[in-house]
Ligand binder design. Sequence first.
Ligand code: NDP
Ligand code: 2IT
Length: 449
Amino acid sequence: MSSTARVVITEIMNQVTNRNPNEPEFHQAVWEVLESLEPVIERYPKYVEAGILERIVEPERQIIFRVPWVDDHGRVQVNRGFRIQFNSAIGPYKGGLRFHPSVYAGIIKFLGFEQIFKNSLTGLPIGGGKGGSDFDPKGKSDGEVMRFCQSFMTELYRHIGADIDVPAGDIGVGGREIGYLYGQYKRITGLYEGVLTGKGLAYGGSLVRTEATGYGLVYFTEEMLSDNGESLVGKTVVISGSGNVAIYAAQKAQELGARVVALSDSNGYIYDPEGIKLDTVKRIKESERSRIKNYLKDHPHAQYVDDWQGIWTIKCDVALPCATQNELDEASAKALVTNGVIAVAEGANMPSTPEAVKVFLDNKVLFGPAKAANAGGVSTSALEMSQNSLRYAWTFQEVDAKLKNIMINIYRNASQTAKEFGFAGNLVVGANIAGFLKVAEAMLAQGVV
Ligand code: NDP
Ligand code: 2IT
């Protein structure tokens, strides 16, 4: 690779680390993209001359705010709220809200940065943004969650809008939270508009949005396998997490003929060699909001292991990390390879460490990076926005068919782009370049803004 391109990206990376100290997740996400862009910089010096790289790594706007609320014991609690509006070159800011105690600016920036390229890959007109709070919904009553969401929206409402910035769910934010957030937005502004996605079906939500990230992940995986003469039929699948993404990935994988044998949460994993019974998991996670180990109460033949990372030592053909960032490290990747894994596709955002990704690529494991593989959620969010603008609702079959088509196109675009730039089979490079090119062209056309 030319040393000039390397010098350019190294300089930009140094600026990013100096400007954003102590934000390792953000640095990791930026470096992965910049490294992939070396061949683009060589071929198109115009992007460097127009300062596209310096601009794309700097969020357009970062909002940090106080979120005070009163708990069930009458005590005042204070959390920190974030919304990072990263890039609006190709559409209004779009991306989820994460409520988890680990949230700080570096997490929201890494997620917002990834979202720019993911949203571009969907082919739909959405820019990149992300937000959230260090609020921990675990163990909170519905009343506490409602009061927190109302306080959060009482600040956020002034920064968002159906044509400005459209948040959605992520870790710790599902249908319940979106409902409370929407109610407060409507109450303050008086607007009945598509300002959030992932809404309930009774008030403007889209069919398939709940299932979309998991279904999309599996459509992507099936396309990746089929392009390599394989399919999910009869395959053993391990999925980490047991939240929204993991549950619906498991459901679609089972529908397509795979056997899903494990799921996890942040404490440990369950292994059911007969195949996970999803009705039980849905009851535990969606209704009871309790722990995955309770699966054994209904299915005593299954095993529970109190070590969430141990899930990657289970022998499988396909691994779908669907919990959180950096959950799959080099040792786990090596264990998967030793056990004969043929495909890994990321449902979570940045779940594989850079060392793990290298192990997969070096060993010719089919590897679907998050930006491409988990884009089904935000794609269906964009379809929800379309339906809200039309004041119309498509059927389940219509939305599902569009989602499947989008995922197949993302796979083909990433795969084709990787080939074009001399990295055939490397979907990390392919997805980063394909996502970047559309945003870069839009930024170039719109001048220095
Ligand atoms: P949920 O809150 O529904 O579920 C999160 C799951 O991951 C839970 O099982 C949780 O376990 C586990 N988890 C969370 N943090 C950790 C941790 N630090 N260590 C181990 N396990 C952890 O979130 P989603 O399913 O929506 O999100 C999962 C991933 O998918 C995230 O990376 C998210 O960014 C990504 N994603 C989500 C999309 C969506 O539409 N929802 C779209 C695209 C990507 P526990 O209950 O113990 O915390
Ligand atoms: O990471 C993601 O793409 C999401 N959490 C979904 C974002 C969205 O706007 O639907």
